[in-house]
Design a protein around this ligand. Structure first.
Ligand SMILES: [Fe+2]
Length: 214
């Protein structure tokens, strides 16, 4: 993956905000301030064409069966730095299938993409800022650790584009993008997933992740 200097600087700026480094320049943060979710680059596989079905449930395409892989129920809240819910935020996620293939023309082996998996989904936060996706536990591909891409747009806050990772996954240590982040900036992008009965035909995991927008 190649980072342009401009996108790298923009990304590092957002990452520093997330680590609290902004406080050095802006003075002490108010007691109610929360740490901003760090941004990361969009990457090359944002869908060039959105799938026909683009809802919150990436595990169900039409009336088709479950895709390969381990189901993940990902939920959380989008709020601002003072803890206020951001209602009506448009949350998008995209990720590879359980075999490491993206539904994107730039990805090798796209023809082998698991068509039972939606690959991309979107949801709108409710009045309490809550969102939810049924998707797959991400898997590593190439030199990247498991991750889920996210973009959040709202009429009242800055757009956030980032990537979520799995807490304590061994591949995280080898990742160039994560290595660029100053600890504990990395810590702000980790999903803590635990075993859960999701009521599906296969056992899965529940993951919670809250976003903090500027
Ligand atoms: Fe990716």
């Amino acid at each position: 993956m190649t980072l342009s200097r401009r996108s790298l600087m923009r990304w590092m700026g957002r990452a520093m905000l997330g680590t609290g480094f902004a406080g050095i320049f802006a003075g002490p943060a108010a007691a109610t301030d929360r740490r901003t979710t760090p941004a990361q680059i969009e990457g090359p596989y944002y869908p060039s064409v959105k799938p026909e079905e683009a809802d919150w449930n990436l595990l169900k395409v039409g009336d088709g069966p479950l895709p390969d892989g381990e189901p993940l129920d990902l939920r959380g809240v989008v709020h601002d730095r003072r803890g206020n819910a951001v209602a009506g935020a448009r949350v998008e996620i995209w990720q590879c299938d359980s075999h490491g293939i993206y539904d994107h023309p730039g990805h090798d082996n796209r023809d082998q993409f698991d068509r039972r998996f939606q690959g991309y989904g979107r949801a709108v936060t409710d009045a309490e800022g809550r969102y939810r996706f049924l998707t797959l536990m991400p898997v590593p591909y190439g030199d990247r650790p498991p991750h889920i891409h996210v973009t959040i747009r709202s009429d009242t806050h800055d757009t956030l584009t980032t990537q979520l990772y799995l807490k304590d996954h061994p591949e995280n240590d080898r990742d160039g993008l994560l290595a660029l982040m100053i600890y504990p900036g990395q810590d702000l992008l980790m999903i803590e997933a635990r075993d859960a009965d999701l009521g599906l035909e296969r056992a899965g995991k529940r993951g919670d992740f809250d976003f903090v927008l500027v």
